[in-house]
Design a protein around this ligand. Structure first.
Ligand SMILES: NC(=O)c1ccc[n+]([C@@H]2O[C@H](COP(=O)([O-])OP(=O)(O)OC[C@H]3O[C@@H](n4cnc5c(N)ncnc54)[C@H](OP(=O)(O)O)[C@@H]3O)[C@@H](O)[C@H]2O)c1
Length: 252
């Protein structure tokens, strides 16, 4: 089978799947016939999808989980291991940006961003790989939702410098993971998907900020579906092709 069809009937875990980019990716995968486990602290929007999807869509399993807590992540993967063995696709999407400068920002915001953007991505990846290995599954795909902020800092200070630091780590970790998997001759592919500004609840919050809001209002953003379409393209490439990095920015 070619294209996205190859994943039909398989299962994906999408982290942070209740709103924004994660929700759009979850819907895109479900519509393509992929089963989706979607986690968030409040997965209600995913529960609302039940009964609204086309007949041939995948099955959605919403899970309540706070990924800043390692215990929640381990519990999630234990349940996956017990109930369905493994997931074939991991979309490390959950992430957040807490505005603040490096010179006077608050430690709490940095901790949240580090725990969610970096550690949760890394722990989910390790646990995903363990289950894939345990079940002897060769073909898989990990997409890390990165950002253009993971490749260069913003030209003006908009208070997202720690956020940019966490996303630079995603760039480095994605490359390092690719090297580790290549050394094991693994067929699991890894992609860093780096959007520019996307109109999501995260950006809507930032637009309200008196210092940084003008930056986010200065141009049109992508829509979450644009990023979902990019993720589906990455997944639909044949197994001899790896999209290692895909950057998408708004047309303007
Ligand atoms: N929007 C942009 O302009 C943009 C650009 C480039 C990259 N990105 C990246 O894209 C990803 C998604 O961003 P978004 O804009 O779609 O954000 P969003 O609208 O705020 O959605 C974030 C998702 O993550 C979940 N989440 C937040 N904290 C969580 C936690 N502790 N545990 C589990 N889930 C949690 C949220 O659900 P709950 O609140 O219910 O937990 C929600 O489902 C992030 O990695 C972000 O850095 C965004």
């Amino acid at each position: 089978m070619t294209g996205i069809e190859r994943w039909k009937g398989k299962t994906a875990l999408v982290t942070g799947a209740s709103t924004g980019i994660g929700y759009a990716i979850a819907v895109g995968l479900l519509e393509a016939g992929v089963n989706v486990i979607g986690c968030a602290r409040n997965p209600t929007p995913l529960e609302a999808l039940n009964g609204k999807l086309p007949e041939n869509a995948g099955k959605v399993t919403p899970v309540r989980s706070d990924l800043t807590k390692e215990g929640d992540i381990l519990k999630l993967f234990t349940e996956i291991g017990n109930r369905m063995g493994h997931v074939d696709i991991l979309i490390n999407n959950a992430g957040t940006g807490v505005l603040g400068n490096l010179v006077d920002g608050e430690t709490k915001g940095w901790q949240t961003m580090f725990n969610l953007n970096v550690l949760a991505t890394t722990i989910c990846t390790r646990e995903y790989l363990k289950l894939m290995e345990r079940d002897g599954i060769e073909e898989g795909h990990i997409i890390n939702i990165n950002s253009i902020a993971g490749h260069a800092n913003t030209p003006v200070n908009i208070g997202l410098n720690f956020y940019a630091g966490t996303k630079h780590m995603i760039t480095a970790l994605t490359k390092a993971l690719t090297t580790e998997l290549a050394a094991k001759k693994s067929k699991i592919r890894v992609t860093s998907l780096s959007p520019g500004m996307v109109n999501t609840p995260l950006v809507a919050e930032m637009k309200k900020d008196s210092n940084s809001g003008h930056f986010f209002q200065s141009g049109n953003g992508l829509e979450a579906k644009d990023v979902a379409d990019a993720a589906l393209y990455v997944l639909s490439t044949p197994s001899h092709v790896t999209v290692s990095e895909l950057t998408i920015v708004p047309g303007n």
